[in-house]
Design a protein around this ligand. Structure first.
Ligand SMILES: [Zn+2]
Length: 123
């Protein structure tokens, strides 16, 4: 079962998961190639952030967050052990939210698309 998923930027159908980028709090479907143009058009408070249908985004996000905490620890004020442990619920909450978003994105968009773009026939 497939249904057309249209790009929010150019209104063309998105043909494969490879070409799909799901962005923003409202999980907008976009072409990967339209993502930069779409992001540039949004006002700063609606910047879409990383596409959430990539596990790489999750890793990059955690790496940045940890780097930020470590910088704070080294440059501003050293965190005590209990403060480090206090960060765990925060990390879990943020990652949980990202995982839920990812699941919603998969359920509503990605599962309707083939992994690869169908090869054009007759060429
Ligand atoms: Zn597009």
């Amino acid at each position: 079962m497939t249904r057309d998923i249209l790009c929010k930027h150019c209104s063309q159908p998105i043909l494969s998961r490879q070409a799909l980028a799901v962005v923003g709090r409202t999980l907008q479907p976009l072409h990967v190639r339209c993502y930069a143009a779409y992001a540039a058009r949004q006002p700063w408070h609606q910047k879409p952030g990383w596409p959430i249908n990539r596990w790489r985004s999750l890793l990059a996000f955690n790496a940045l967050l940890l780097a930020g905490v470590i910088l704070l620890h080294l440059l501003v004020s050293p965190l005590s052990v209990s403060e480090w442990l206090g960060l765990r619920p925060l990390l879990l909450a943020i990652n949980g939210w990202l995982l839920v978003a990812r699941l919603v994105s998969y359920w509503s968009l990605e599962r309707h698309l083939p992994q690869q773009e169908p090869t054009p026939r007759g060429t």
